[in-house]
Write a new protein. Sequence first.
Length: 255
Amino acid sequence: MIESLIKKLPNNRPAIIHSDLLVFGKKILLGNTRLSIVSKKKIHLPFKKHNCLISFNGEIFNHKELRNELVVKGYLFTTDTDTEVILSAYNCYGKNFAKKLRGFFAISIYDISLDKVILVRDRFGNKPLYYSLKNNKLIFSSTQSSLIKSSLVEFIPNDNKFNDFIVFGDATSFESTLHKNIFNLPPATMLTFDGENLKKEEYYKIENELFQSFSLNNKSEIESRDFLAKSLEETLSLWCSDYKDNLSILLSGGL
């Protein structure tokens, strides 16, 4: 599976943690490929902290602010990575940690103490995350092809989805995929699995966020415009926080 994910990665080859944890007879295997973005230092993923293992794809834009928030609460950090911040946020806030993250990401955490796997996908589904469940064995990856190549998931075409692909040119916008036994974790969704029970819950809805932070009712055009400008400035500030010394912008006729 890991070899199938490697394309052109200038950084270190994937580090695989094959934990010898046989908790209730279950064996945990996590693997990760890495392209350095936030941290230029060589760290190995999956990463372990707070008795948890994490495999992470993406970038957390507000990791510096979140790190400072956690430092005030007494947390210590050994790296400058957003990966470490995620695990400390999970340790501090539990399942609500996903609500704290701003960025694009696909995250898997194995909580050793609770013997539980947590999968989380970013709010708008920028980073893909697929999974398959068979005989109480959860298998997940960033690509469907790697799941098939693992020989752990049988290739069974989902004939009903081919119509969606032909008509809409997309077969990944829904939970079902072109494979009957491979599922797409929806955006803004957290999946938990304890070896027997699989549970999914939505942690973010944009309509709730809009009405909580800014009621659109009875607002003037100027107020609405100022709110939009402030939101864009805040977002761009987060995006650019790690690239102040090397930043460029490309406008290609769109927004």
